[in-house]
Design a protein around this ligand. Structure first.
Ligand SMILES: Cc1ncc(COP(=O)(O)O)c(C=O)c1O
Length: 476
């Protein structure tokens, strides 16, 4: 019989050091951080360290980490197997702009795990990987336009920042004719005009787009699941239909596997869904948190490199990233790490389901057990616009309550929970369920008491204000 592990007794976080750091950091870093996605106003978290499935902030608060750096930490923080190998390799020097055997090994491992690939190149980030994959699709086909799906995130280059994450989905245009909405200023209209937004799981819209613009479309880029709306899954046959449509119109299919690669399966979502794309991008799980990324494709499509298309990077394939990828991918290949991550995710889902069913709360699990979301809704979501119809205020209140009790999912309800191999240790999985249950009850009590759901966190207020400001002023 298992005993119910205790959540932290006092749902109050120590914040004094972090508030002081926020004041200090804000004088130098916009929003006090190096990424808009971490700028949570006075709730910004400043990390001290992580080990395994846990993370500690500089005030000493301990959390079970369900963000895992937005997904890369597939084995666990500070994994000794990876870190020891990286440390040993980096003593030989890290940056030469010359090619090391580790880079060749990374390419070989990526190919071995994704046997449809012919050639691979390393980059430093997922942003670079998707940027290069789009360029290759354009170069190979001699066409200009790229189709992308609403709510999907492919990084922060100009071509990726179209129709990403508006809070007000009405800005995305009508259902039959979605409009391209640039996220923030500074994206030239001429660039935005080369990206055609489609709706995930809406094949009729996609077919109309191809019938209208097919001769100009170089490729379709897709996160195989809607990773930035909790991992919404494709309807049966959706990927197969896109594959057929792209072939029919001579366009390329780019699987953005930055979140799903080396996580859903050793061969990522391509293996999981049984689809062979023409190009794919990888990052996150391939380096267990080190900045390793890659793009690759069939030999035929990648043949535009090195002579016809520009690709390079001082740090592409740098020693640290390459070593981390060699070790992480070897572990993924040779051990049952991914099966462990999946089993842990399933265990947590089972616990959460029991908690929610006992209380009669309608919910849907989205995504894959290694990376899933919980939407409070009766209807299975099929696209980004459905997120808006879920009870995300309740989710936000629960997520905030979980932080206070010692587990850290992303406070934004669009981001899935991530699991790593180290989460299988001790009673972490059961603690996640307990913490969720306590946070849910607190949120429901608050609601029943007639009080509004927890006031939006500072982070959310900050985010809404920034988004309103950016979108209100239009682009250019
Ligand atoms: C699907 C997807 N593509 C691309 C990116 C961009 O990767 P990076 O943050 O390494 O630039 C992300 C990041 O979250 C992502 O989730």
């Amino acid at each position: 019989m298992t005993t119910r592990p205790e959540a932290l007794p006092t749902p109050a976080l120590k914040r004094a050091r972090q508030l002081a750091m926020y004041e200090r950091a804000s004088k130098t870093l916009p929003g006090g951080t190096d990424s808009n996605f971490r700028a949570w106003g006075t709730d910004t978290i400043y990390v001290d360290r992580g080990k395994g499935g846990l993370v500690w902030d500089i005030d000493g608060n301990e959390y079970i980490d369900l963000r895992l750096g937005y997904g890369p930490v597939i084995l666990g923080h500070g994994d000794d197997r990876v870190d020891d190998y990286v440390n040993e390799r980096m003593r030989r020097g890290v940056s030469f702009s010359l090619t090391s055997e580790d880079e060749v090994l990374v390419g070989e491992l990526v190919k071995e795990l994704n046997p449809w690939l012919g050639q691979v190149r390393m980059t430093v980030s997922g942003t670079e990987a998707t940027m290069h994959a789009m360029r290759i699709a354009r170069a190979y086909t001699g066409r200009t336009k790229i189709v992308k799906f609403e709510g999907q995130y492919h990084g922060v280059h100009d071509y990726a920042l179209i129709s990403v994450l508006p809070n007000d989905v009405s800005e995305l245009g009508d259902m039959d004719n979605p409009v391209g909405l640039a996220w923030g200023r500074g994206i030239p209209q001429a660039v935005a005009d080369t990206v055609i937004p489609a709706r995930y799981n809406a094949l009729d819209v996609l077919r109309r787009i191809f019938e209208r613009d097919g001769r100009d479309i170089a490729g379709v880029i897709i996160e195989p699941v809607l990773g930035n709306a909790q991992g919404i899954l494709p309807r049966p046959g959706f990927h197969e239909a896109i594959r057929a449509l792209t072939r029919e119109f001579g366009a390329l299919l780019i699987f953005d596997e930055v979140k799903t690669g080396f996580r859903f399966a050793r061969g990522g979502a391509a293996e999981f869904f049984g689809i062979t794309p023409d190009l794919a991008t990888y990052a996150k799980a391939m380096g267990n948190g080190y900045p390793a990324a890659a793009f690759g494709g069939t030999t035929e499509v990648m043949s535009v490199l090195p002579d016809k298309v520009s690709h390079g990077g001082t740090y592409a394939g740098n020693r640290v990233a390459a070593a981390a990828a060699v070790k992480t991918l070897t572990i993924i290949k040779e051990t049952d790490a991914l099966e462990t991550v999946k089993a842990t995710g399933l265990r947590v889902q089972t616990g959460l389901r029991e908690v929610l069913e006992r209380r009669g709360i309608a919910h849907v699990f989205t995504g894959h057990p290694t990376m899933f979301g919980i939407m409070f809704t009766e209807q299975v979501p099929t696209e980004y616009r459905d997120w808006a119809n879920s009870d995300h205020d309740l989710y936000d209140a629960v997520a905030t309550g979980m932080h206070a009790r010692g587990a850290m999912p992303e406070p934004d309800s669009r981001e899935p929970w991530f699991f790593c191999e180290a989460h299988a240790q001790g009673d972490i999985a059961d603690r996640v369920v307990t913490i969720f249950e306590d946070a849910l009850d607190a949120a429901l009590d608050q609601r029943a008491g007639g009080a509004p759901d927890q006031l939006p966190r500072d982070a959310e207020r900050h985010h809404l204000a920034r988004e309103a400001e950016m979108l209100g002023d239009g682009q250019g």
